[in-house]
Structure formats: structure tokens, C-alpha cells
Write a protein that binds this ligand. Structure first.
Ligand code: NAP
Length: 472
């Protein structure tokens, strides 16, 4: 315990617990809550989540056929069940209260809202029907309320996925995987039905740099070679490395590159066996999309690498080709959205910060405000990366303790405000009721779960009643 907290009325002493609101209940938020619970002071941690359901990207981002990755929710449940922690679902910063009101109630606020938007390609024709953000497709098959009603034309035979990250790979795999292998997962039924009727038979995964610079990981890449009925196709010439790329194989930031190259070589050498094809293109970037009302084709431009080992960029060569395709997903990274009341860097799509302390201007911290996860560092890393990130943020928060104003009413004031407004707060027990209802719906379909995809249905399930339209 710190010397400051040792005094009976100091923040963090039993009589005056450190009261922190964590905004967002994805991995960053839960790991921040965990770090606070383990800090050795008296704490009250309130996890504030805009949706009635927790887990953020673990629920809405992790692919349904990667169930193991979702098992981290057991750790999150343990955090949420700690008596010092409370879940406030269906409550949003900027909707139920302002940043100023929240700051008045808590000693500190940790913002962990992730990166909900997507990066654009910034090319002609990107507005055409048939051109989508990868995140929307991921949200659609994972039951994110904003995406559940979206429509993806899977009657198209040729699909392009732009980007060389794991999200791009997830997309290709979900598009190509036999629906039988998805049927028992928690993929939404609307996605399962659409995928069952899919006519997609040619997928082009298009990346602007080479196999060494690709961001995907070997485990995910290997899975693309194990899709029944699908032939991975790689031009062996695109696997010939320049000198700088060969040097990169030994650099720390390229730990997966050698294994990826090995897997790609094996794909390239594979005899043609399957009818449907998954093409992995390197050194290609779309420069224009064509179509009348909807996408019909795209222009690709060959790229070459320029720059020193470790920092090679894609540079256009002027050599162009055309590819017919009816559906295109840009999978070129997520992007954070501005948080009401906080500064925002529109260039990076993150909240400006120094080691997690929100910065109003260089050298000027916004007292009591912190960030963690993708809204802090941008959309990189795996679920576990958020743990270290949140530990760093919470360490800065604890360093600032002597300067944080007191006393603060914390959750008593928050509850009073929400009750006065007649707002329906979803507790963690309510969430467990939603989860049970989802599992129950899943059992009827022989699936792990059938998620609710509409907020009113989630709220009805929390109240122990299924809304009529959710029962079908
Ligand atoms: P990512 O790993 O950052 O990959 C983004 C890709 O988009 C890169 O190949 C990038 O190429 C490319 N790109 C960016 N701008 C482009 C442009 N204008 N034109 C063409 N290509 C462009 O992002 P992500 O796939 O969205 O994944 C986000 C994070 O989630 C990653 O850390 C990922 O590992 C993680 N994730 C993990 C799993 C898993 O563990 N199974 C699953 C899904 C996601 P450059 O490199 O040339 O910029």
C-alpha cells in the first residue's frame, strides 16, 4: 500500500476507495479493471459498456470458428464477479452522460472503447455497392447490432479481399469454409443461411507488399491451405525476395515472416486439386474500382518495395491490370472514433496520450483521464497485448493518485443519475441471463449459442422474457 493510502482518508484507503470508471468492456477494459483490482488499494471499479453485452472484440471480432480465443471470457467473468467491480451495461459515455459529468463522479476514468471504424482505401469507386469494410462483414457474422441488418451479395462468384492481416484471412476463411464446419459455432443464423447459399468460387487476397511484410500469422495462413474444395494459388515469382526482405527475416519485427514464406512456398508447389481457388497476390494494390451501380471490376497496380530493411514501403510501378469481381472487402485496418469530450488525433484515429495519460496538448495531461487498448495504441496486437497495455496505463493512474481530487461519490452517483433518468442498466447478472438465453436458442439449433443481434432483444432477455421477434 502506498504511503498516501495509509492515511485513513486518503484515496485508496478503506474509507475512501479509489473509484474508477472504465469505459468499454473489451479486452483493454477488462485488463484495466484487473490491474486496478490487483493494485493493493481499496478500489471500486465500474465497467461501463454501451451495449447490454460485454467483451467487445472478443464477442464481435474473434471468428466463430476460433472458439479457443474466446475462452479468455472466463478470465473476464472472474474480474466482473469480483465484489469490488460492477458492470453497467447499456450505458454509454456521450449518451447517458458527458465526460464532464463522469469526471465529477469518479477519481479517474480509463477509456477503452477500441477502434470501431475502418480505414478507407481512398480510391475512385469505393462508394460502389458491393464494396464493404471487412469490419462490417465481421460484425455481421458475429452479431454486432450495427451490422446485423447489412446485406452482402454472396451470389457473386469472384470476391476480392484487400489487405494482408489476420482480419483479411478470417474473412477469406469464413467465406470459403464449409458451412457444416460453422453450423455448430455461435455464428449468427442469418450469416449461416447466407453462407450456405453462397456462390463464391474465386477469392483474391490482395496485398501491396511482399510475403515477408505481410502482417498475418502462420497459424492463420496455414488454415487457408486446409479449406476443403479450395486450392490456394500463389505465383512462385512473387515469393522471390529482394536483398532487404532477406535481411528482414532476421529482424525482431518479422518473427512470423520465415514461417509464412515456408507455408506460401508449399502453397505454390501444390498440384492443382480443387476447383475453387484462393489466390494470394503480393505487390498488388487496387487503384480504382469500376462499375455502374455496383462493383464490376478493379484496376490493380503492381508495386515494388523501396526503402531500407525494416522499413520497406510499397511504391507503384505504373504496370496495371484489371480483375473482374462483384464483391470487395477492404481489410486495411480498423480505426478509432472520437470519444465525446476527449481530444482526438484524426490522423491516427487514437486519443493523444503519454503512456496512457490523456494529453490535451503536448505536456498537458487531462487530469484523471486515461486510455488503454486500441483507442490508445491503434488497432494492433492480439487480445493478450491489451494486458500489458492496461497494466502500463493503470501504473500511470496510480502514480497520479496524490493529485486526484477527492472525495468522489462513484457508482452511487452514477446509479442515482441513471435511475433518475429511468434508464435500464444491465447488470452482470442480467448479462448472464442474456447469455443463458443465447445458449438456449443455440441448443434448439444444435449450436453453441444463437446471439441476440438487436439491443431490444438483449434487454428483453435480460428481463427474463424473449421479445416476440427474437423467438423465431
Ligand atoms: P493489420 O494486421 O494491421 O493488417 C492491415 C493490412 O492492411 C496490412 O497488410 C496493410 O499493409 C494493409 N493496408 C493498409 N492500408 C492499405 C492500403 N491503403 N492499401 C492496401 N493495403 C493496405 O490489421 P487487421 O488485419 O485489421 O488486424 C488488426 C489486429 O487484429 C492485428 O493485430 C491482428 O493480428 C489482430 N487479429 C488477430 C487475429 C488472430 O489472432 N486470429 C484475428 C484477427 C485480427 P501494410 O503492411 O503495407 O501497411
Amino acid at each position: 500500500m502506498t504511503a498516501q493510502a495509509a492515511s485513513t482518508n486518503a484515496v485508496g484507503a478503506p474509507g475512501e476507495p479509489l473509484r474508477v470508471a472504465v469505459v468499454g468492456s473489451g479486452p483493454g477494459g477488462f485488463y484495466a479493471a484487473e490491474a486496478l483490482l490487483e493494485c493493493g488499494l481499496a478500489v471500486e471499479v465500474d465497467l461501463i459498456e454501451r451495449l447490454p453485452v460485454p467483451y467487445g472484440l472478443v464477442r464481435f471480432g474473434v471468428a466463430p470458428d476460433h472458439a479457443k480465443l474466446k475462452s479468455v471470457t472466463a478470465v473476464f467473468d472472474g474480474i466482473a464477479r469480483d465484489p469490488r467491480c460492477r458492470f453497467f451495461g447499456n450505458v454509454a459515455l456521450g449518451r447517458e452522460f458527458t465526460a464532464e459529468q463522469l469526471a465529477a463522479m469518479y477519481h479517474a476514468v480509463v477509456v477503452a472503447v477500441g477502434a470501431d471504424a475502418d480505414r478507407k482505401l481512398g480510391i475512385e469507386g469505393e462508394h460502389l455497392a458491393g464494396v464493404h469494410a471487412a469490419g462490417d462483414f465481421v460484425g455481421w457474422y458475429n452479431g454486432k447490432p450495427e451490422c446485423a441488418g447489412m446485406d452482402f451479395d454472396l451470389s457473386q462468384e469472384v470476391v476480392v479481399v484487400v489487405g494482408q492481416g489476420n482480419v483479411a484471412i478470417d474473412l477469406c476463411r469464413i467465406l470459403a469454409k464449409p458451412v457444416e464446419d460453422l453450423r455448430r459455432t455461435d455464428i449468427t443464423q442469418h450469416a449461416l443461411d447466407a453462407l450456405a447459399a453462397s456462390r463464391v468460387r474465386e477469392i483474391h487476397l490482395v496485398g501491396r507488399r511482399g510475403p515477408v511484410q505481410a502482417r498475418f500469422t502462420p497459424k492463420e495462413l496455414r488454415e487457408l491451405g486446409a479449406l476443403p474444395g479450395w486450392q490456394p494459388v500463389v505465383d512462385p515469382a512473387s515469393l522471390v525476395l529482394n536483398e532487404e526482405s532477406r535481411q528482414e527475416l532476421a529482424l525482431a519485427g518479422f518473427v512470423h515472416a520465415a514461417k509464412n514464406c515456408e507455408i506460401l512456398q508449399a502453397f505454390a508447389a501444390r498440384p492443382r486439386e480443387a476447383e475453387r481457388t484462393l489466390h494470394l497476390h503480393f505487390y498488388q494494390a487496387p487503384v480504382a474500382l469500376q462499375g455502374g451501380s455496383r462493383l464490376h471490376s478493379l484496376t490493380l497496380e503492381t508495386q515494388k518495395l523501396a526503402g531500407p530493411a525494416g522499413d520497406q514501403r510499397a511504391v507503384p510501378t505504373g504496370e496495371r491490370s484489371s480483375l473482374r469481381a462483384g464483391l470487395l472487402f477492404r481489410s486495411v485496418g480498423y480505426r478509432g472514433c472520437a470519444v465525446p469530450g476527449l481530444p482526438f488525433d484524426t490522423r491516427t484515429g487514437t486519443v493523444p496520450h503519454q503512456d496512457g495519460r490523456v494529453m490535451k496538448a503536448p505536456g498537458h495531461a487531462m487530469k484523471g483521464w486515461y486510455v488503454t487498448g486500441w483507442i490508445k495504441r491503434g488497432p494492433t496486437g492480439v487480445i493478450g497485448s491489451n494486458r500489458l497495455d492496461s497494466v502500463e496505463t493503470v501504473a500511470r493512474l496510480l502514480e497520479d493518485l496524490p493529485a486526484l481530487a477527492r472525495p468522489k461519490p462513484g457508482r452511487t452517483a452514477l446509479l442515482a443519475m441513471l435511475n433518475a433518468a429511468g434508464h435500464r442498466v444491465v447488470t452482470f447478472d442480467d448479462w448472464l441471463a442474456i447469455e443463458r438465453a443465447e445458449q438456449e436458442r443455440g441448443r434448439a439449433l444444435n449450436k453453441v449459442a444463437e446471439k441476440f443481434v438487436r439491443v431490444p432483444d438483449m434487454l428483453a432477455a435480460a428481463a427474463g422474457q424473449l421479445a416476440e421477434h427474437a423467438q423465431a
